[in-house]
Write a protein that binds this ligand. Structure first.
Ligand code: BES
Ligand code: MN
Ligand code: ZN
Length: 497
C-alpha cells in the first residue's frame, strides 16, 4: 500500500472512494460538511433517506456518485462526538477498512482523522488508520492452493486529506512508523499461522537470517544444540530432546547506536509446537499450539521494525526455539535438570516448558549488560483465565519499566495489564528435591510462571509479557494477530526519544 498526504479543496478532489465520518443525528465534521456542500447536500440527503444511527462502525456505502470526480462514498458511523474512545475509533476504522476492501476501489481518500478522539493527536489517528487498514488487507496464502486463496485486494493507495496548516512532518513520521509496525505484524502473523511441520525451529532461524540479509544493521547468529550444551543450557535442551527437530537459539543484534550504548534485550518464546510432552495436552484444539512461537515471532519482527525505522538504539533479540513432544527421550514428571544459571529445576509438569526454555535465554541475556530485558511468551492458559483476551499480562521487577510498557500499550492499543509478583507467591514453587519446581499449583498460574522467570532475572531490570490470550484468535477468525509487535515497537520508539 502506498500512503500519501494531500490538502486539496473538496471541489478539486478526485478519488475512487472517499471515506467520511458521521455522528448520530446526521452530525458531520468540518471536512465532511465541506464535502457535503461541494456535493450539493448529497451526504445530508443520503443520511436523511437511510437514516443510519451513526453508531461506531455503522457503514453506508454509495457505490456510484452522479458526475464528478468522486467515484464512491463510504460514510462511517463514529458514535456520539464526545464519546469517541480509542477503542470505538478503532472499531469504526476496522469497519471502514473492511467496507473499502469490499468495494474494489484501487485508491481512496480519507478524512476520518478529523474526528476528535480525546487526548489522541492527529498522528495517532493516522497511525491507527494505516495499521488497521494493513491488518484488514492481510491474507494468509502460504499453504492454500491458488484457487482457494481468493483474489488479492485491489486497493493500492490511500491518501489523507489534511488541512493546509497541518504539520506534515509529524503525519509523515506517523505513516512511516505505522508502515514499519504493519510490516512487522505481517511477518509475525505469517510465522504464527504457519503449521508446525513447516515452521520448525530451523525454519524460524532461517527467517531471522533472511531478515538479517534485508537490513544492514542487523546481525543474526544461530546457536545449535552443541553450542547450547557448551553454554550449559540444560533446562532449554531438556525440552528439545523429546523432539526430532534440533533446538536453536536465534540471536539478532540491531546496532543503531554506538557500541558503548547499552542494549535493550527482547526475549521471545519460540516453541514451534507444544503437545505438552509426556504431560500431554487433550486433543481438542491442540492444533492451536502451533502458535506457541508467537513471542519469538514478535521479537524477530520487532527487530525488523527497529531496523526499518533506523532507531538510534541497540537492541538484542533472543529466541529459544524448540518443539515440546512426548517421546522416549522427553522430560518426565519428576525429572530434575540444571539450568545455565546452575539452578536445579524439578519438572513436575512437562507442559510448563515455556519457562524451561526462557530461563536459559534470560541467563544468556546477562552478558549484554542490558538496559532492560523484556520477555514475551504464550506462557499460560491461566493468564487467559485471569485477564481474558484483550490485554496481555505484564509482570516485572522494575516499576518504571512496567510503566513504560503500560504507556506503550496504550499508545498502540496493544495493551497490557500488570499482575503482582509478590514474594508470597514464590513459595508455591518450592520443591523437595530441587532448587525450584517448574509449576506452582492451580492458583495464580500466570503469576507463578512469572515468579519462576523472575529467579533468572535478578541481575537486570526485567519485564515479562504473557501473550497467551492476545497473540491469536480462536473460533471463526482463527489466526495469529501480530501482537505484541506494536507494543514492543512503541516501547523502542519511546526509548529512542
Ligand atoms: N503454551 C502453553 C500456554 C498456553 C495455553 C498458551 C493455552 C495459549 C493457550 C504453555 O506451555 C502451557 O502449556 N502452560 C500450562 C502450564 C501449566 C502446566 C502449569 C498451562 O497453561 O496449562
Ligand atoms: Mn506447554
Ligand atoms: Zn507452551
Amino acid at each position: 500500500m502506498d500512503y500519501s498526504i494531500k490538502s486539496d479543496s473538496p471541489e478539486k478532489l478526485s478519488t475512487d472512494c472517499l471515506l467520511l465520518g458521521f455522528h448520530p443525528k446526521r452530525k458531520l465534521g468540518v471536512a465532511a460538511t465541506a464535502f457535503d456542500e461541494a456535493l450539493g447536500g448529497l451526504v445530508t440527503r443520503l443520511l436523511k433517506r437511510d437514516d443510519p444511527e451513526g453508531k461506531p462502525g455503522d457503514i453506508l456505502i454509495v457505490n456510484h456518485l452522479p458526475e464528478g470526480k468522486i467515484e464512491r462514498l463510504i460514510l462511517v458511523g463514529l458514535g456520539k462526538k464526545d464519546e469517541l474512545t480509542p477503542s470505538l475509533y478503532r472499531k469504526s476504522l476496522a469497519a471502514a477498512a473492511n467496507a473499502l476492501k469490499a468495494t474494489g476501489a484501487k485508491q481512496a481518500t480519507s478524512v476520518l482523522h478529523e474526528a476528535e478522539v480525546k487526548d489522541h493527536p492527529l498522528e495517532w489517528k493516522i497511525r491507527q488508520t494505516v495499521e488497521i487498514l494493513e491488518s484488514a488487507l492481510y491474507r494468509y496464502t502460504r499453504t492454500k492452493s491458488e484457487k482457494e486463496q481468493g483474489k488479492p485486494p485491489k486497493l493500492e493507495k490511500l491518501q489523507f486529506l489534511l488541512e493546509p496548516e497541518t504539520d506534515v512532518a509529524v503525519v509523515e513520521t506517523g505513516i512511516k512508523q505505522a508502515r514499519a509496525i504493519a510490516n512487522g505484524m505481517k511477518l509475525a502473523r505469517d510465522l504464527g499461522n504457519l503449521p508446525g511441520n513447516i515452521c520448525t525451529p530451523a525454519y524460524l532461524a532461517e527467517q531471522a537470517e533472511k531478515l538479517g540479509k534485508e537490513h544492514k544493521k542487523l546481525k543474526v547468529k544461530i546457536l545449535g544444540e552443541a553450542e547450547l550444551e557448551e553454554l550449559g543450557m540444560g533446562s532449554f535442551l531438556s525440552v528439545s530432546k523429546g523432539s526430532r527437530e534440533p533446538a536453536k537459539l536465534i540471536i539478532i543484534e540491531y546496532h543503531g547506536a554506538s557500541a558503548k550504548v547499552k542494549p535493550h534485550v527482547l526475549v521471545g518464546k519460540g516453541l514451534t509446537f507444544d503437545a505438552g510432552g509426556i504431560s500431554i495436552k487433550p486433543a481438542g484444539g491442540m492444533d492451536e499450539m502451533k502458535y506457541d512461537m508467537c513471542g519469538g515471532a514478535a521479537v524477530i519482527a520487532t527487530l525488523g521494525v527497529a531496523a526499518e525505522l533506523e532507531l538510534p538504539l541497540n537492541v538484542i533479540g533472543l529466541v529459544p526455539a524448540s518443539e515440546n513432544l512426548p517421546d522416549g527421550a522427553a522430560n518426565k514428571p519428576g525429572d530434575i535438570v540444571t539450568s545455565m544459571a546452575g539452578t536445579t529445576i524439578e519438572i513436575l509438569n512437562t507442559d510448563a516448558e515455556g519457562r524451561l526454555i526462557l530461563c536459559d535465554a534470560l541467563t544468556y541475556a546477562k552478558r549484554y549488560d542490558p538496559v532492560a530485558v523484556i520477555d514475551t511468551a504464550t506462557l499460560t492458559g491461566a493468564c487467559i483465565t485471569a485477564l481474558g483476551r484483550h490485554p496481555s499480562g505484564l509482570m516485572g521487577n522494575d516499576d518504571a519499566l512496567c510503566e513504560s510498557l503500560i504507556k506503550a500499550g496504550e499508545t498502540t492499543h496493544d495493551r497490557v495489564w500488570r499482575l503482582p509478583l509478590w514474594e508470597d507467591y514464590q513459595e508455591q514453587l518450592k520443591s523437595n528435591f530441587a532448587d525450584v519446581a517448574n509449576i506452582g499449583g492451580p492458583d495464580g498460574g500466570a503469576i507463578t510462571a512469572g515468579c519462576f522467570l523472575s529467579r533468572f532475572a535478578k541481575d537486570f531490570k526485567w519485564a515479562h509479557i504473557d501473550i497467551a490470550g492476545t497473540a491469536w484468535k480462536t473460533g471463526n477468525e482463527k489466526g495469529s494477530t501480530g501482537r505484541p509487535v506494536p507494543l514492543l515497537s512503541q516501547y523502542l520508539i519511546d526509548q529512542a526519544q
